[in-house]
Design a protein around this ligand. Sequence first.
Ligand SMILES: [Zn+2]
Length: 480
Amino acid sequence: MNEIIQKLLKEKEERIIFRKKFINDVLNETKYDASNITFLTITINYPGPNKNGNIVKLIFEESIRALKINFFKNNIISLKEIKIKNSVGPVKFIAARIDPQNLKKITVNIEENHYLGRFFDLDIYNYKGEALTRKKVGLSARKCYLCELNANLCRRLQKHSYEELKYYVKKQMENYQKKQKIVEENFIKSIEIIAYEALMEELSASPKPGLIDKLNNGSHKDMDYLMMKKSAKAIKNFFSMFAKQGMYIAKNNTNNEQAMELLKGIGLKAEEEMFLSTGGVNTHRGVIFSLGIITAATGYFFVKPKGREELLSNNIAEIAANWLNGITKNELENKSICKLENTHGEEVFKSYKVYGARGEAEAGFPSVIQYGLPALKKAVYKYKNLEKAYLETLLVLMSKIDDTNILYRGNISKLKKIKALARKTLDLGGFKTEKGKCNYNKLIEYMEENKLSPGGSADLLIVSIYFYKLKNILFRLPSK
Ligand SMILES: [Zn+2]
């Protein structure tokens, strides 16, 4: 017994030494003012000898998630993070750019209000390595899990048996998992709802150049508004599946190759349903790919949030990009030469070396992040009308990207002409001016005369709309 205690004490000592080293390393590396950097350690209060079992792991991961959500919501920048594990249990060290007092308020709030908060030990230190205790910020000490006594005092008095404590933790975990399951299911459902809304609102925005809308079929002969609607309905619930799979990938630390296999499986089933609903017409293949990967990445982000709220879309797009790393090389550069039958994207790549939807996703959706989403926000403000805002965003995307749908049925010079017409419409004031509207009609006429349709831009508009709506549904933590 003595040996075990000796070992525990030694490893506790090691943690302290590690913390000091961590603080020194950060101070040596940083360019920021040290007094505005706070150091935080996350450990778990768990009774008994098994400090590295599955329950501790779950509680530990949730404590990090709860903290990251607070970083995200409060725009707190994490400077450095390290995780270590020894027989005292896992520890995470984080250095963040925030005043220690403010971070203390946040961590106390998590400890007091999160459903598992009583098991979290979120300790705060300043750059001198001094602990900022609850007492120092005028708060009373933490209470024991089970009784109203001061936790440290209760522990010293050994008021509760190990069995009693263990039973309590087990019950709390069961309740937490039930609650968390409902939170996750609600989140997954809301992802499906906004994905479907994005599809439908893009479809209904009218009039659009070359695309199907409420008024006509644009440049399409083989599909119409009703078919698009039916197809959107047929693929709707796959966005839940993508989000759920993204959560699974995050929880299980699935590697990229396996993650892509899982997501591809869902994508193929969604395509099957789409073809069934349309009698074999490809209505939504592009958007199943783009929005599929983005909804999956949103599920992943829900489990492993990072960064700050203002960069939400960037962070989610980055997760998708990471999964897709290598896709243009594997599916376009290396493969299209040998395949007998190519998709439109592969054909366009062969002729023009334009990477299309795959390239866009692999690069982290730069057209959405740099053009689509900012344009949409601006246009909502400009028009106070979503439909007009969507149409203007479509114009911005059309003026910026090399749309593979236009290249597939048209050519480079037609693409250039279309980009210029879109640009000019915007320069003339868009839908705010008669000249703008007149030029927009010219664009519509040109698209229909040449039987061209900006399908790639439309898909990126859908992703932009999805991101625009997403900010309203993140996050809820299970509270007591
Ligand atoms: Zn007690």
